[in-house]
Structure formats: structure tokens, C-alpha cells
Design a protein. Structure first.
Length: 406
């Protein structure tokens, strides 16, 4: 019989996500041993999709765990591992990064004494172990603790908070090792059960497959509930995701791709147009440069995953991509994306690299806030699906082999 236990934890909001923040020293050394405790703590699998018996909230954006520790790398201060706990399936996924929760990692590290910093503006170098990429987090510290109160409002979150700047350094190839995994800025996917679908496959911060909303009979302004209500739409988007995963080299076949749920994200893009947000606020076409919706873990995201937004901003700078085609030209200005919760702004720098492209940097401002500190209880279930963990680890191994990193 598995042994119940507790884990010291801080429950935090980061951007438009929430997660349990754990010290690496408090979790088992073997990643394969994480799954039973994490599934119990969050209440997964839950066929009801609500996670009432755990800390999860029934959607992917609030069924997350972040594991943080001091880094031994010379180019980083903190190591951060992201764990997506799949809501309805009994498995965890380590195949990608969470940009929203990144905004909580630096402040958590300061508050927990994992790094020593002076009061005032600080910049922490965070190494994401999932993607093997470095991110710089800038925020204010006072009295040895991060400042959370401020005047910055972000779409999808009530109230305001202190700004946290996230700079993704060299974000290209985070999942596959290449900014353009197939070498093409756009291509036709042969999707089983659908036929040919035009797509742009881009990998910056996390791998994404972008398609034109119009090609699926959509305007691109549909809110999440409306997308879920379109007969067969989520199944079609899932098929596109699986085909893109194989084409990008994330998975060897559709069956393996189905077990790696976090990446690639599916992005629906459309030109800037008038729409309404989930709060009922008007989004004017004149105030945005692109309209976008993202499918995350099989369901429409209520806002936009931060890493997918960075990938959008990078793709918008790549001439010939579907995102570039749909977006208004912004010159050197940041990209303003109309999405379900409002307008999200992302900046990206892209350069020509011989015959190809290179993503140099991507930047955002987010806010974060600690919600609870204490212990989370777990009681591992006797019947746990472990194939998901193996699929996840295989996906991570494939990335490491592709990039030559371990």
C-alpha cells in the first residue's frame, strides 16, 4: 500500500496560471517517482474534470507544479522544472515549459532564501530544465523579499501587481532543437482523417503549430466555450496537433504524440478584428495586431499560454509564416495579440541566420502573488498509470538527444 505523506509547498499565481511551488530537496531524487505523489496532490486522474479532491482546478492552467533549486550552472542562479499534471489522465508531462509560472519562480526563490540578493531591482537567471533554455527575470526586492504589490494589470487577472519582466534568451528550438523544425516557414501537413492542412511549425519557448482560423471555418474571435461547442472541432485540432508533433520530430508516431500532451500547442490565428473578451470588454481591431486562440492540453485556453505567445511573436517576425501573413506589420514595436481575456503584448527579436532564421530574444511583463504556504497532503493511489510518465521522459530524452545535451 503506497504511503501517504506531505510536501512543504507554496501555492502561487504566476501570470494567468497557478501552481504548487516545491523545493527540489523535498521531492524524490528519481523523476519517475514524482508521479504518484503529484497526481494525488492535484487529484488526477479526475474523470469529472474538476479536481475537487486535490489542489488542481480542472483546467491545465491551474494543474501545475514548479520545482525550484539553486543552480550549479555558471550561467544561471536557479534551476526550474515544470510539471504539467494532466487533469483527466493519470500522468504527468515534463515535455515543455510554462512561461506564466516563470514569473513566480524568481520571487519564490528570493522569498525562500534560495538566492541572496540586495534590495532594489534584481535580475535572476533561471535555467528551465525541461527546455534547457535560460530566462532572465527582473523584479523588485525590499527587506529581502520580493515585492508583489504594484500597478500593473494583466489580462485575465483581477487587480494589479508589481511588474516582473521575463526575457527569454535564445528561445528557438526549446522543444526540438530548431526554431523551424522542418526547415520550412509554412508547409502542408497530411493529417489523417482530414487531408491537407496548411500550417507553420515554429519552436520558440515551446513548440507550436499555427493554422489560419479561416481554414477551419472560424473567424478566430470565438471564445473558449464557443470553440468547444463547434461539432468535431477539438477532434480536428487534435489530429492536426498529432501530425505536427510527428513532423516536428517531437514524437515518432501519432500514438506516442498523443501521450505527450503539453507540446506542441495549437494556435489559431486571424487578422486583427473587433471582438469581445470573456469579461465582456470590447477588443478593437485598431488596438491589436493579431487575433489568436490557443488549444492547450486539448482544450481552448482562457487566455494565452505565455510561451505560445512568445512563439507567436517570433513567428510574426518570420516572413512567409502564416502568423506573419495574418498579423499587421509592427516594425520594431511589440506585437499586440487579441485573445479571450483581452490584449497581451509580446516583444521578440528575430534575425536572419544564413538561409534560415534565429530567435534572439523574447520579452514579457507579468505579475505574481503567493496565495498559501504550508504542506500539501498526498496519498498515492494503488492503481496509477505510469505509461504517461514514460512517454514524457521519452519525449524529454528525444529533445536532449536532438540537442546533444544531458
Amino acid at each position: 500500500m503506497p504511503t501517504p505523506g506531505t510536501l512543504p509547498a507554496v501555492f502561487m499565481r504566476g501570470g494567468t496560471s497557478k501552481a504548487l511551488m516545491l523545493h527540489r530537496r523535498d521531492v524524490p531524487g528519481d523523476i519517475a517517482a514524482w508521479e504518484p505523489a503529484f497526481l494525488s496532490a492535484m487529484d488526477s486522474p479526475d474523470p469529472f474534470g474538476r479536481q475537487l479532491n486535490g489542489m488542481g482546478g480542472g483546467v491545465s492552467s491551474v494543474s501545475k507544479i514548479c520545482i525550484v533549486e539553486p543552480s550549479t550552472r555558471p550561467d544561471a542562479d536557479i534551476d526550474y522544472t515544470f510539471v504539467q499534471v494532466v487533469v483527466r489522465d493519470g500522468r504527468i508531462d515534463l515535455s515543455g515549459n510554462c512561461g506564466n509560472m516563470l514569473s513566480a519562480v524568481g520571487p519564490f526563490a528570493v522569498d525562500e532564501g534560495l538566492v541572496e540578493v540586495a534590495d532594489g531591482p534584481v535580475c535572476l537567471r533561471i535555467f528551465n530544465t525541461n527546455t534547457r533554455k535560460r530566462i532572465e527575470a527582473g523584479f523588485e526586492v525590499r527587506g529581502g523579499r520580493a515585492i508583489y504589490r504594484g500597478d500593473l494589470a494583466i489580462p485575465g487577472v483581477t487587480g494589479t501587481g508589481a511588474p516582473i519582466r521575463l526575457d527569454f534568451v535564445d528561445p528557438g528550438g526549446a522543444t526540438t532543437g530548431n526554431l523551424l523544425p522542418t526547415g520550412a516557414v509554412r508547409q502542408t501537413l497530411d493529417v489523417p482523417g482530414l487531408g491537407p492542412v496548411e500550417a507553420s511549425l515554429v519552436d520558440a519557448a515551446n513548440a507550436c503549430v499555427f493554422v489560419l482560423a479561416a481554414d477551419l471555418g472560424l473567424t478566430g474571435t470565438e471564445l473558449p466555450a464557443a470553440l468547444e461547442a463547434v461539432p468535431g472541432l477539438l477532434d480536428r485540432l487534435s489530429r492536426i496537433r498529432l501530425a505536427a508533433s510527428v513532423a516536428m520530430g517531437i514524437a515518432p508516431d501519432p500514438d506516442a504524440a498523443a501521450r505527450i500532451v503539453h507540446v506542441p500547442f495549437v494556435g489559431l490565428v486571424a487578422p486583427p478584428q473587433d471582438s469581445s473578451s470573456l469579461s465582456g470588454a470590447a477588443i478593437r481591431a485598431a488596438d491589436i495586431d493579431l487575433t489568436a486562440r490557443v488549444i492547450s492540453n486539448g482544450v481552448p485556453h482562457q487566455a494565452l499560454p505565455l510561451t505560445a505567445t512568445l512563439c507567436l511573436a517570433v513567428a510574426a517576425r518570420i516572413a512567409g509564416s502564416l502568423v506573419h501573413e495574418a498579423a499587421r506589420a509592427t516594425g520594431d514595436a511589440a506585437l499586440r495579440v487579441g485573445m479571450p481575456s483581452g490584449i497581451l503584448t509580446a516583444d521578440a527579436t528575430v534575425a536572419r541566420d544564413g538561409d534560415g532564421w534565429r530567435a534572439e530574444r523574447g520579452s514579457f511583463f507579468r505579475t505574481a502573488r503567493p496565495l498559501m504556504r504550508g504542506e500539501v497532503f498526498y496519498e498515492p493511489r494503488t492503481q496509477v498509470q505510469t505509461d504517461g510518465t514514460r512517454a514524457t521522459l521519452l519525449g524529454r530524452e528525444s529533445h536532449e538527444q536532438a540537442t546533444g545535451q544531458r
